[in-house]
Design a protein around this ligand. Structure first.
Ligand code: SF4
Ligand code: SF4
Length: 560
């Protein structure tokens, strides 16, 4: 094992007041079981899982209740044993504040597990087996991104990766869930990272961790011991060092392309909680049923980290932390820099809920009024992506979205460092989100217009082709009729000569034959009409009509 200072510095960034000590004074707390668990079927990036249980069903802990229906998706499991009492729409933990489909379980209090087994010799197991276990365990990025880990690992089947970066930065100032996890369960984190390293056949594991987590660093060292493939890279405590691109750069010096992934530069990023979930899935056979969530802010008396069953209402969690509900002015999910506000506490903890800040007005005073930009340039100094935030602000305000795009608005990670230092209190990130939204709408409209154009062109081509086919058939019919007429005329010219060797056909026989041919022609024409009405293939009937017309013409010519 190597313990080193991260070799590359964070570009820009800010030092934020520390609020981690409030929630790290106690070990991880166990939570009492809530009367009801509300488990959303979409807790990840990608497609919502499909419910596979019905109301009234009794389920066991770990039993699958939602099945994947797309490559980018994860299954969902019952967090405890009990009865399904509803499947319906509930408010969910998401910035959009929309409702999502949830399975509601009334626990039976027995916490009875479904059958499950882990793998002993997991570092020699087939990679496909490990991948299937991780996918079935419903693991999604627990640092907040929520990308299904099984899908992310599957994407890597064709891209070589030499480094697994274990992201232990946790740079938002209030969140301590990963810190406490590493202090108490460093073995799970390291073993999970080793499983991923083995699956990707990567040479190294690099752990990126800020220097404000001395206890966690110590715990990791105790587990890693002399493993030469693992490097702990300690970075200064500076926000936003935990953003994936920034972490990868600080540890490896590799720059992830703006529209690319870390794997494009040979690095697979893994959050520490996700690594521990991989360990529990593979070694213990446990799907992802719970997570560690920080509960903090002046709105609770007992700030701490809790092991929370997925689906536990946040109100229940706050009660366990002895919330002073009447003093809470805002409920923030995640950190104050990149988190979002929930409308109320009747929303369940999901796989990505790493922190709940029960904030009072003392935590976060209402924002002061926005003032005009004074072009001080402070925002540009702290931008970790080396953008020109004041320029982007100008373009967003003047609705010059294309120019904002040209100035790399898409590269903005919405970290809020620029807004944090702005002396004019300009909510810069809100302007950037607005501009990005407008650009996305323009893009969608351009795509829709392109689809409509392609449809119109292809319809025009199809109609032209149909017309050309009809014309070709018409001409073919005319040629065939002319040939038939010519043939009949030739035969009739020959008829008197033939009379010398064979008796001529009498006129009565010819009349009967002509009447029969006409009748057959009429019948075929009726069938053609019927086939055209029902849009069936008319090719055979049309050929038959051509022959009959030729026959009628021939016989009538013989009679005249
Ligand atoms: S920090 Fe604020 S006031 Fe200064 S240049 Fe940037 S946007 Fe303008
Ligand atoms: S929010 Fe965007 S523009 Fe502002 S500092 Fe962060 S990356 Fe730069």
């Amino acid at each position: 094992m190597t313990l080193q200072k991260a070799p590359y510095p964070l570009i820009g960034g800010v030092h934020l007041p520390d609020h981690k000590h409030e929630s790290t004074q106690k070990p991880i707390q166990t939570l009492t079981l809530a009367p009801r668990l509300i488990i959303p079927l979409l807790q990840h990036i990608g497609e919502e899982a499909k419910p596979i249980v019905a109301m009234g069903d009794h389920v066991l802990k770990g039993q699958k209740i939602g099945e994947v229906r797309a490559f980018v998706s994860t299954p969902v499991h019952a967090s405890t044993s009990g009865t399904i009492v509803n499947i319906g729409l509930y408010p969910v933990d998401h910035p959009s504040q929309l409702h999502g489909l949830c399975v509601v379980i009334e626990p039976d209090g027995l916490d009875e597990w479904a059958a499950h087994t882990g793998l002993d010799d997991y570092l020699n197991a087939p990679i496909s087996t490990l991948l299937a276990i991780i996918r079935e365990a419903g693991i999604a990025g627990m640092g907040g991104a929520g990308f299904p880990t099984g899908s992310k690992l599957s994407l890597k089947e064709h891209t070589p990766v030499d480094i697994v970066v274990l992201n232990a930065m946790e740079c938002e100032p209030y969140i301590t869930a990963d810190d406490m996890l590493m202090r108490e369960r460093a073995n799970e984190v390291i073993e999970g990272a080793k499983i991923v390293q083995y699956m990707l056949q990567a040479q190294h594991i690099m752990i990126g961790i800020e220097d404000n987590k001395a206890q966690a660093i110590n715990a990791l060292q105790q587990i890693i011991k002399d493993d030469s493939q693992i490097i702990i890279s300690v970075t200064p405590t500076r926000y936003p060092s935990g953003a994936a691109r920034q972490t990868v750069y600080m540890l490896t010096g590799r720059e992830v392309p703006a529209s690319g992934r870390t794997t494009d530069v040979g690095v697979f990023c893994l959050n520490v909680a996700t690594a521990a979930a991989v360990y529990r899935a593979v070694v213990l056979g446990e799907p992802l049923l719970s997570r560690i969530t920080t509960v903090t802010g002046l709105g609770v008396s007992q700030a701490a980290n809790f092991e929370v069953l997925i689906g536990t209402p946040i109100k229940h969690l706050l009660s366990q932390a002895q919330a002073k509900f009447e003093q809470i002015s805002r409920l923030i999910i995640g950190g104050p820099m990149m988190g979002y506000t929930l409308p109320h506490a009747d929303i369940a903890v999901i796989k990505t809920t790493n922190c709940v800040i029960a904030a009072t007005n003392k935590d976060f005073a209402p924002p002061p009024p926005e003032m005009p930009c004074i072009r001080c340039g402070d925002c540009a100094v702290v931008c970790p992506v080396v953008l020109l935030p004041q320029q982007l602000l100008w373009f967003a305000k003047s609705k010059e979205f294309d120019k904002a795009k040209q100035h790399n608005l898409d590269d903005c990670i919405e970290c809020g460092a620029c807004a944090y230092v702005c002396p004019s209190n300009i909510p810069l990130v809100q302007y950037y989100r607005y501009a990005k939204g407008e650009l996305a709408t323009q893009q969608q409209e351009a795509e829709k217009a392109e689809i409509a154009r392609v449809r119109f062109e292809s319809r025009k081509e199809r109609l032209a082709q149909e017309e050309a086919d009809k014309e070709a058939k018409r001409q073919a019919r005319q040629i065939a009729a002319a040939k038939a007429k010519e043939e009949t005329a030739k035969q009739l010219e020959l008829a008197p000569q033939q009379n010398s060797v064979a008796p001529a056909i009498d006129s009565k026989t010819l009349m009967i034959a002509a009447a029969t041919a006409r009748s057959n022609l009429k019948k075929a024409q009726k069938r053609l009409l019927a086939a055209q009405t029902t849009q069936e293939d008319t090719t055979a009937i049309e050929q038959e009509i051509e022959q009959l017309q030729a026959e009628v013409t021939k016989l009538q010519t013989g009679l005249s």
